[in-house]
Design a protein. Structure first.
Length: 235
């Protein structure tokens, strides 16, 4: 059998770390974005927040895209060492942020981001202001052709890194008529929320990463290296 081919559905500019790590464990990454990151419909909210950052002891980023767009808008901004929750989940961010009741938190989020972090922070007595810094466009049309070619050439595993990649892939797969062809492909989810989204599409989740990060994905796939090299089939 040839080198196992792993479909990575992140936007191209966010897929590099995962692709590099996959190559390091003997996999061939195939990057086909199931989502595209666009600027917000208007920058008014971000610009207003940038103008009054001194009001906020905490700025909470719950995605890499939020970090990228916020700092692209304000290149000269200085930041102290970031705090990171124990797990990359909105629940963990909301429960663990070491802020005190009454403190203000500025949350930088995407247009369709889960509200769970904000809900939990407010339940702790924090004042949370939200700013939309980017839009996630699911199933970008420019991915139709690359997905069809990738599938025709053979895919051994698919990695889902968010619920939006699940929804985006589902729409892409339907458009290129491969939505019923996942039975012999290893399906890997970065965490339980993403896994639930996969199951909601009627697909079987074979592996949930033990840590909700690139490291966790690599660990999960590396454990299946032998079966992937032999030609993965579901039981």
């Amino acid at each position: 059998m040839g080198t196992p081919r792993v479909l990575v559905l992140r936007p191209v500019d966010h897929a590099g770390a995962l692709a590099t790590r996959l190559r390091a464990i003997g996999m061939e990454p195939v990057v086909v974005p199931a989502v595209a990151i666009h600027p917000p419909a208007a920058w008014d909210g971000v610009d207003a927040a940038l103008g009054q950052l001194a009001l906020y002891p905490w700025v909470l980023f719950t995605s890499a895209s939020g970090v990228d767009t916020f700092f692209a808008r304000r290149r000269a901004l200085g930041v102290s060492d970031p705090w990171v929750p124990s797990r990359y989940l909105g629940e963990a961010a909301g429960d663990e942020l070491p802020a005190s009741p009454g403190q203000r938190v500025l949350r930088i989020r995407g247009e369709v981001a889960s509200p769970v972090a904000t809900v939990r922070l407010r339940a702790r007595g924090l004042v949370v202001d939200e700013v939309v810094a980017y839009r996630t466009v699911e199933a970008p049309p420019e991915s139709d052709g690359p997905l069809q070619r990738a599938w025709d050439e053979g895919i051994d595993a698919v990695v889902f890194t968010s619920a939006s990649t699940v929804r985006g892939f589902a729409r892409l797969a339907q458009r290129v008529h491969i939505d019923d062809a996942l039975g012999g492909v290893l399906i890997v989810a970065i965490g339980p929320v993403t896994a639930d989204a996969v199951r909601g599409m009627g697909w079987q989740v074979d592996v949930v990463a033990p840590r909700y990060s690139v490291d966790g994905i690599i660990e999960a796939i590396d454990e299946r290296r032998a079966s992937l090299a032999a030609g993965y089939t579901t039981s």
